[in-house]
Design a binder for this molecule. Structure first.
Ligand code: KG4
Ligand code: ZN
Length: 354
């Protein structure tokens, strides 16, 4: 079984060919995974501009799919299905992928498999490491999401908690912007934090104790919140500017210290909450995926925490951490095996729930 995956939910146009191996523990192998990033286009505006993103997807999608097929050395007759990200994401961007996948599936006479973007991020861990010891707690942490899932059975994802406001990656991007560090902020803050003192700036951690009115079925105490932290950094920067006057801005080492202190709070929160969830649900492993799982401190601390507590931990490779179509193809294969296919009336859903 071989599937073409298509991902266009945000600002990466991606296509991939993934194949089943027949090995139950390592179910899939990547034949190709082509990603066209739009970072350079959005950098100029300090964040993703949805209209520019969808127009660029439109320009890139045919070439990206062609390349993914060529690298995998397959043609349309060598495929068994087409998987596509249905949501969540930017609706204009999603529509490009969904429309392309529908047209391709119809023209080639292939089944169409709709995939939830976060199911893709969760399955990126299996793509990388093989099946996880279950039950597993998986944290999906990216520019748009910070959500904890419990995976009790393969392909079943139970939402345990999520962020009440900003996603962790969004907080990285906003803090980078207010420090004048450009977009996307994650990689820059990560790099600068390595030179800084992570205790230099006192910043708050948020612990929620009450249920979310918008999600009353969840207990709420495993939820995340990062907007207070972002505001605390903003206040600290404003206060320093005010005290010194405009002549003396923050020095480069001071910016490094802010980055390190901010990163310590974010990473510690993400890890502690994941381990709390693992304890509560007696998980046998913890996975972290999504763009922020590329963070060097998160990777190092997660490994150390896991080793100390004898809990196996998993992160994807850097290429599989950020948005890519191989993870969508993998989640698509999983879903296709259960018989889930969509008709030609499939529509993009910007706020699709998992
Ligand atoms: O998964 P992703 O590519 O797209 C979304 O679905 O959002 O994640 C992108 C996010 C951005 O917010 C970016 O700043 C963040 O991941 N990111 C990082 C790092 N690399 C990317 N955050 C922290 N440290 C990094 N090294
Ligand atoms: Zn993503």
């Amino acid at each position: 079984m071989r599937i073409l995956g298509i991902e266009t939910s945000c600002d990466e146009t991606s296509a991939a060919v993934v194949e089943e191996t027949g090995d139950g523990d390592r179910p899939w192998v990547i034949r190709s995974n082509v990603v066209a990033s739009q970072d350079l286009i959005h950098r100029e505006w300090g964040g993703v501009v949805p209209e520019l993103a969808s127009r660029q997807h439109l320009r890139d999608i045919c070439g990206v799919v062609d390349r993914a097929m060529a690298e995998a050395a397959v043609d349309w007759t060598g495929l068994d299905a087409v998987a596509v990200t249905q949501g969540p994401g930017l609706v204009g961007s999603l529509l490009v992928g969904v429309s392309f996948a529908k047209a391709a599936a119809a023209a080639a006479g292939l089944p169409l498999v709709p995939v939830h973007h976060l199911a893709g991020h969760i399955e990126s861990l299996v793509l990388q490491h093989g099946e996880l010891p279950l039950p597993a707690v998986v944290l999906v942490v990216s520019g748009g999401h910070t959500s904890l899932y419990l995976v009790e059975h393969r392909g079943h994802y139970r939402l345990l908690s999520r962020t009440r406001d900003d996603a962790a990656g969004e907080a990285y991007d906003k803090v980078a912007k207010l420090l004048g560090l450009g977009y996307p902020g994650g990689p820059t803050i990560d790099r600068r934090a390595r030179q800084g003192n992570d205790r230099a700036v006192p910043l708050p951690t948020t612990r929620l104790t009450h249920a979310d009115r918008n999600a009353p079925t969840l207990k709420g105490d495993l939820d995340f919140s990062f907007s207070g932290l972002k505001t605390a950094v903003l206040r600290y920067v404003r206060r320093t500017d005010l005290e010194r006057g405009d002549a003396a801005r923050l020095t480069e080492p001071e910016i490094d210290d802010i980055c390190a202190s901010f990163q310590r709070v974010v990473v510690t929160t993400l890890i502690e909450r994941s381990f709390d969830a693992a304890r509560r649900f007696q998980a046998r492993s913890i996975g972290v995926s999504g763009g922020v799982s590329a963070n060097s401190r998160l990777r190092a601390d997660l490994k150390q925490y896991g080793e100390l507590r004898e809990m196996p931990t998993f992160v994807p490779s850097l290429q599989l951490a950020t948005d890519n179509a191989a993870m969508i193809a993998a989640a698509g294969l999983r879903k296709f095996r259960t018989g889930a296919v969509a008709g030609m009336d499939l529509n993009a859903d910007a706020s699709l729930v998992l």
